[in-house]
Design a binder for this molecule. Structure first.
Ligand code: LLP
Length: 463
């Protein structure tokens, strides 16, 4: 495709017909360009958002979060009903957590999964019914477990043998009964379109399948622990059904074996549903994915002659990822000559402090001019941040209008998940606010940091 002119463009990135287009799979449904070409999100122009709240700015489309949450709930309800079971959906709060999101997703009928004491406190501060929370983590402290039991967290997902004893001591001291699941490591690891299945997966989460019967026997011995079932999570940014099926098959072998010792009403298959970051990502609609996964579980149960358990799932990225768009202001631009052609570096006023995913995982994003539509043809750019680090990349490869200039607003879509959640103050760059937009209204849901915040913890400053 790029053979005519030498270019540092990767093979997967085609030159778009229109470098101002908004690929629907990547953007929130409310993203449009007005008659002048300005990007609008949730009914509000990008320029107005930037004027009011500054840049960088994390914009979150509330309607999009709610629609995706209810679509997951409806899709899994329908798929489960087809197979005479039920399905619960937990929003995985690690993707992005604040009290507003907790309220939105719970309003839409989702439960919430938290994985630290801090996440638990955010959910509680939102007024969440603790019974609708799941509590994860491979190293929950005694204090975190005590707090979870005290507030009545619905399900604690036990990760290891030590945790059983910690919980046993707590429930015996407090005279409570706690519902628990056991997280197992199915040996299946999935990422994008492929999955890898081994007998022993080399990672820190969960209990290996072979050890699980012993741990389940111990849980069953403890009076105050009520075993709901097994849990497994195979990875993140997964496309298709195959990885879920393979993992479910392995866990159902164990589930079947354990039925000899008592009822096991539930099975949690975790999260990991992939989303579109660039135009090459093609996620399947949740309706067909849910139908495929639940049918696969039903078939595996039928093959073993066991009843299909009540199912649960824990999507994080797929609920909030495409609802988030980051607005930046373009600063310096430079053309760097390489052996393979010219690479244009476009710097923006944020970077790896508000989106660490490219630096951490080599993650790909896309970008579009937001303050206006560009007039010129497409030019290959690399969008970089303002941090003192060469790996401070925001968008590795993108085609943007060649007339992009300092002062333009640039929008990076699909930043709702694991961007604000992983943000830092590296180089003492304040973290941006999160502004919710919906039907022409905008409001701050997490305020941005100020210089006062940046200095607040420095004990060497006289106050
Ligand atoms: N359940 C459990 C037990 C998990 O560990 C995770 C994610 C999820 C659910 C939600 O997965 P999701 O549906 O969001 O893929 N920071 C990385 C992703 C880390 C995922 C950790 N666990 C990234 O930015 O790609």
């Amino acid at each position: 495709m790029h053979s005519a002119v030498s270019s540092p463009a990767p093979d997967w990135l085609a030159v778009p017909d229109d470098a101002n287009d908004l690929v629907p799979e990547i953007w929130p449904a409310s993203a449009t360009r007005d008659a002048d070409g300005e990007l609008s999100l949730g009914g509000i122009g990008a320029c107005e958002l930037a004027r009011t709240y500054g840049t960088p700015l994390q914009v979150l489309d509330e309607g999009e979060v709610r629609r995706r949450a209810s679509a997951f709930r409806d899709a899994f309800d329908a798929a489960a009903a087809e197979h005479r079971t039920t399905a619960r959906v937990y929003y995985a709060g690690k993707a992005l957590l604040n009290t507003s999101i907790v309220r939105w997703v719970m309003d839409e009928g989702l439960n919430v999964d938290v994985c630290t004491g801090g996440e638990l406190e955010v959910a509680l501060a939102a007024g969440a019914d603790a019974g609708r929370l799941g509590f994860h983590g491979n190293n929950k402290s005694v204090a975190e477990l005590e707090r979870a039991v005290e507030v009545g967290v619905g399900t604690i997902i036990i990760d290891s043998e030590i945790e059983i004893e910690r919980l046993a001591a707590i429930v015996s001291r407090t005279g409570t009964t706690q519902r628990v699941m056991l997280r197992v490591n199915s040996g299946v690891h999935a990422e994008t379109h492929d999955f890898l299945a081994t007998a022993h997966e080399d990672q820190k989460f969960g209990t290996p399948l072979a050890q699980a019967p012993e741990l389940v026997a111990r849980i069953r011995e403890v009076d105050g622990l009520d075993l709901a079932g097994l849990h497994c999570h195979i990875g993140s940014q997964i496309f298709g059904v195959a990885g879920f099926r393979e993992s479910a098959a392995r866990v159902l072998d164990l589930h079947q074996e354990l039925l000899a010792g008592g009822n096991i009403p539930q099975l949690n298959l975790g999260g990991g549903f992939g989303i579109a970051y660039t135009r090459t990502d093609r996620p399947e609609p949740i309706e067909s994915l849910a139908a495929g996964i639940v049918s696969a579980v039903a078939e595996e149960c039928e093959a073993r002659g066991i009843r299909i358990p009540a199912l649960s799932f824990e999507p994080g990225r797929a609920i909030v990822g495409n609802a988030g768009v980051t607005l930046y202001e373009v600063g310096t631009i430079k053309d760097v000559e390489l052996d393979v052609g010219v690479r244009r570096y476009v710097s923006v006023d944020g970077g790896m402090s508000d989106n660490a995913r490219p630096a951490l995982y080599g993650a790909q994003f896309s970008a579009r001019l937001a303050s206006r539509a560009g007039a010129d043809g497409a030019s290959l750019v690399r969008v970089v941040g303002k941090h003192c680090e060469s790996g401070d990349i925001v968008v590795d490869h993108e085609y943007l209008p060649a007339d992009i200039a300092p002062g333009d607003l640039l929008a990076v879509p699909a930043t709702g998940a694991y961007c604000a959640a992983l943000s830092s103050n590296y180089n003492h760059v304040p973290r941006p606010p999160i502004v919710a937009v919906d039907a022409g209204e905008a409001r701050v849901i997490v305020r941005g940091e100020s210089i006062v915040d940046l200095l607040a913890r420095d004990a060497g400053i006289d106050r």
